[in-house]
Design a protein around this ligand. Structure first.
Ligand code: NAD
Length: 260
């Protein structure tokens, strides 16, 4: 379905972003991976995706903290593969602390990567999407874009911001063949969640299994983690022609969390 299309997935060297990149490659898109990690591993991932799906794949190490690097990511992609048809704003970080102890520089970093980078990347891809009358922008928000939990002030604020930005982009692009939607995962087992589980287990002196059951899955009525593949399939659907009338939504993939 996306043969000849060009997709940028930010924060896609691991977790949900990598799953979405793989789902889009499987639909025939050329894919730009972004994010950090050991170079040999990233190279192996690029090769694996390119060979499995017979599409061009490259890695770009633009830092989502830096607006200038985000603009360069979009330009380098255009030079290598052509203009971006599908932008997935997925890069994200978390910091867990009560507001009184929340380091202001962590607040700034969470807002910069989870929210502002989405603005900067969207701003950079929109002119050519509008010109070409096709575009798909998927913002990976979170159940925390719709409801709150304590100790996640920056993350919850950023993800609610992403949901708001999604609606504005949808309205501004409504007549141009571009759609913009947010996907709102509940807990998905990725390195980001694994490190939160490990931290809380250590902080409370509890086994990780108990932290998972009592803290994490307590929020999620299905009592299991959503999978990377489930989130990726939702994102891929929102990129499809069938989803052309879906824009400005925030779609939970959260095992019923936000139905509470
Ligand atoms: P992850 O830690 O596995 O992956 C994060 C990716 O972002 C990695 O590729 C990392 O290299 C990249 N990254 C981090 N900082 C970056 C920067 N400054 N510039 C460029 N790339 C950077 O995390 P994940 O769990 O896959 O999360 C992906 C997205 O999904 C995030 O936006 C997260 O908030 C969201 N999300 C995750 C869950 C979950 O339960 N895992 C739930 C809801 C939403």
């Amino acid at each position: 379905e996306h043969e000849g299309r060009v997709a940028i997935v930010t924060g896609s060297t691991s977790g949900i972003g990598l799953g979405i990149a793989e789902a889009l490659a499987a639909c025939g898109a050329a894919v730009v991976l972004n994010g950090f990690g050991p170079e040999v591993e990233i190279e192996a991932t690029c090769r694996r995706l390119a060979e499995a799906h017979a599409v061009p794949v490259r890695h770009d190490d633009a830092n989502m903290l830096e607006p200038g690097e985000i603009a360069c990511l979009v330009e380098r992609t255009a030079r290598a593969f052509g203009p971006c048809d599908i932008l997935v704003n997925n890069a994200g970080i978390q910091h867990v602390a009560p507001i009184e102890d929340f380091p202001p520089e962590r607040w700034d970093a969470v807002l910069a990567i989870n929210l502002s980078a989405t603005f900067h990347a969207t701003r950079a891809v929109l002119p050519r999407m509008k010109e070409r009358r096709f575009g798909r922008i998927i913002n990976v928000a979170s159940a925390h874009g719709l409801v709150a939990s304590p100790f996640k002030s920056a993350y919850v604020a950023a993800k609610h911001g992403v949901v708001g930005l999604t609606k504005v982009v949808a309205l501004e692009t409504a007549e141009s063949g571009v759609t913009c939607n947010a996907v709102c995962p509940g807990y998905v087992w990725t390195p980001l969640v694994a490190s939160q589980v490990a931290q809380q287990a250590a902080a409370h002196g509890l086994p990780e299994e108990e932290v998972v059951r009592k803290v994490f899955l307590a929020e999620q009525p299905t009592r299991r983690f959503a999978t990377v593949e489930e989130v990726a399939a939702t994102a891929a659907f929102l990129c499809s022609a069938a989803a052309a009338s879906i824009t400005g939504t925030a779609l939970p993939v959260d095992g019923g969390w936000t139905a509470h």
